[in-house]
Design a protein around this ligand. Sequence first.
Ligand SMILES: Cc1cc2nc3c(=O)[nH]c(=O)nc-3n(C[C@H](O)[C@H](O)[C@H](O)COP(=O)(O)OP(=O)(O)OC[C@H]3O[C@@H](n4cnc5c(N)ncnc54)[C@H](O)[C@@H]3O)c2cc1C
Length: 502
Amino acid sequence: MEEQVRYFLFMTAKRVIVIGAGFAGLAAATALADRGYRVTVLEKNETPGGRARVFNENGFRFDMGPSWYWMPDVFETYFARFGRKPSDYYDLLRLDPSYAVIFGPDEVLTLPAGVENLTALFEQLEPGSGPRFREFLDQAAYKYKVGIGNFVWKPSRRISEFLSLKLLADVARLDVLQSFHHHVRKFFKEEKILKLMEFPILFLGAVPENTPAMYSLMNYAEITMGTWYPMGGMHEIVKGMVALAEEKGVIFHFGEPVERIEVEAGTARRVRTTKGSYEADAVVAGADYHHVDDALLEPAYRNYSENYWDKRTLAPSSLLFYLGVNRRVDKLLHHNLFFDEDFRRHAHEIYTEPAWPERPLFYVSAPSKTDPSVAPEGCENLFLLIPVAPGLEETEGIREKYYNLIMDRLERHVGHEIRSHVILKRSYAHREFIADYHAYKGNAYGLANTLRQTALLKPSLKNRHVQNLYYTGQLTVPGPGVPPSLISGLVVAGEVEKEMGF
Ligand SMILES: Cc1cc2nc3c(=O)[nH]c(=O)nc-3n(C[C@H](O)[C@H](O)[C@H](O)COP(=O)(O)OP(=O)(O)OC[C@H]3O[C@@H](n4cnc5c(N)ncnc54)[C@H](O)[C@@H]3O)c2cc1C
């Protein structure tokens, strides 16, 4: 009898179609299924995870996108919402040292985990900076508490969400109107410390001059909560989320790109894919926002014009190389940042005058330093990333030029040849981001978190012309990155429930 009642309730529940099985789509789908909706996820690619997919070849397993696991509390909050823990799905390891920064030949800093150790390092670099570092962190702790505990959970659809005296007082202390660049220079003078403190800001997709000082919360997250790694790779998070979604009854269709959201009199009625048509009471679009507006909707139902999108500041795209190397590579840690060139110049070539960078900074991840399962024995798994402007023209010749340019610097750093040991090589840039994810201008991680693109000023998570169409993911609130995408999915699920009922 109980079984029948449950079946009846399920069959009469409202149907939600979620477009895209990235972090945001998975989070929205799971939260809605948990509340009793009938949820179907339609994903273009054959596997889930979106930007966080994985590929296996010749004994190597490559995470294709994210590699930094920060803000473990957000993942805990996510799984706790469903009575689970991250450890029910994957094992986390805290990295210590957290990462290495290469400032030049023989100028390498390894960042120890933990505030005490880092304070000692800062004192060495800039005598007397220890107490200021503590003060910086105290302020950042407050920003984290209010920012991640409160602000990022706001749908940011109405100004009234922010109109409480308490919140207004918070806004003042959050330093929303001051730039991070200015803020951090009140505490430190030493160039290396400044670079270390500005590095986490790059995750937000903008330069420190254009990023509100509020985002020192990123320093707090990195320094006090640590850099973690899910054994097996970042895709383990995706596997855990899919398993949880399925437990909640979410149905997945992979390899099924959506071609149209069919709207009748301002209501999305059906979602049409390459393989079929699905009735919907509500639609949550987790695919790239611009693609949904531009390719899946009739012009009359688009939320924003082409001109609007063209004026947004996108987070960078990336030129990536996935390398399988048939020897161990010396000197590298799990995470390695090559800050051995002028950051301002590279940033200028990303944001101000978009062009292929003359002398790029780059990042190397070697997860095989931590995890033997991602490469055959005696081999190394390398992931190389150069941040570049979205929308650039690119060719095989350009990719190869950059490969050699950064491999020269990498080999100089490690002190031995790598190129002659590469047994697997794949590159990935704008055209793959577009082909794989319909990424606007080939963006890698969405919209930058500049002051003019924060909260209410972000593309809205609700369509103005279609009363049951919502957006989620890194191009809407709260912004780019894995933790924000998870939050985005949960926030949009809350809005669907509030507005659509059961
Ligand atoms: C190279 C790289 C490195 C990164 N590093 C980090 C990091 O270290 N730490 C971190 O926290 N974040 C990192 N990020 C950012 C993070 O990965 C993203 O912000 C996050 O994964 C975005 O999730 P999403 O759900 O918004 O979008 P996506 O992952 O893009 O998901 C959208 C999904 O929609 C699907 N889709 C598109 N069009 C259609 C259609 N028509 N029909 C059906 N499905 C469709 C796509 O295939 C995709 O699966 C990185 C990103 C990249 C690219």
